[in-house]
Design a protein around this ligand. Structure first.
Ligand SMILES: CC(C)(COP(=O)(O)OP(=O)(O)OC[C@H]1O[C@@H](n2cnc3c(N)ncnc32)[C@H](O)[C@@H]1OP(=O)(O)O)[C@@H](O)C(=O)NCCC(=O)NCCS
Length: 183
């Protein structure tokens, strides 16, 4: 049987739950995790709980998911398809594997493939777009590997750590998702 709409080969997507708050609070206060994210201020537990509450009923406008390992159902991150437009059939994507021990284990790639497949096959999206900081080499590699195409560079659009950084714009159209690694 084909894998369900929430399952990849390594991860499973599910709705975020109130019980996820302590781990998310820990991750999103960790400068190593937030280095390449828009977050820059300390995150309170209250804000984290409110965020989880606000996204706890995933739907078309905000399809937000917790990412857990397929085998032992361990929470390792989150991924979101945001601001979907029914006219344009386009949504924006954000991902964070917050569990640093899981980095470079293939989970981010599988999460991207799973959420994009969900976007195309379950939400009838035509286009998924994202922004990535130019110095986030790992994320750029993953996005290119699953088929995202570089569209442009917002020069010095980000100021963080005392200097300006470029922000890259990438997108994936339906039919472009690479479900397998190329040899
Ligand atoms: C970016 C992120 C989603 C990637 O997830 P991941 O589980 O670490 O990624 P994977 O293990 O699936 O793949 C990592 C790939 O990047 C490669 N990589 C690692 N560091 C790299 C670097 N400095 N330069 C180029 N490639 C790199 C790995 O070799 C691997 O490639 P391969 O599978 O072709 O061998 C995850 O690390 C993360 O959430 N980081 C913190 C938050 C973040 O940056 N989010 C994205 C914001 S746009």
């Amino acid at each position: 049987m084909a894998p369900g709409p929430f399952e990849g080969t390594l991860v499973r997507l599910r709705a975020r739950e109130p019980e996820d708050a302590p781990l998310l609070f820990q991750w999103f206060n960790d400068p190593e995790v937030t280095e390449h994210l828009a977050m820059r201020y300390p995150l309170s537990m209250k804000s984290e709980r409110e965020f989880i509450e606000s996204v706890s009923s995933p739907g078309y406008a905000h399809a937000g998911f917790a990412v857990e390992t397929l085998g032992d159902r361990r929470l390792i991150g989150g991924v979101d398809l945001l601001n979907a437009s029914p006219e344009n059939r386009c949504a924006s994507l954000g991902i964070a594997i917050g569990d640093k021990a899981s980095w470079d284990g293939g989970y981010g790639t599988d999460t991207m493939r799973t959420v994009c497949r969900f976007g195309f096959e379950m939400m009838n999206l035509h286009r998924i777009q994202l922004e990535v900081y130019a110095n986030n080499e790992r994320a750029r590699h993953v996005y290119e590997k699953v088929g995202f195409v570089l569209e442009g560079r917002r020069r010095q659009a980000l100021y963080k750590y005392g200097s300006y950084h470029d922000v890259l714009v990438m997108s994936l159209l339906e039919g472009e998702l690479q479900l397998e690694d190329r040899p």
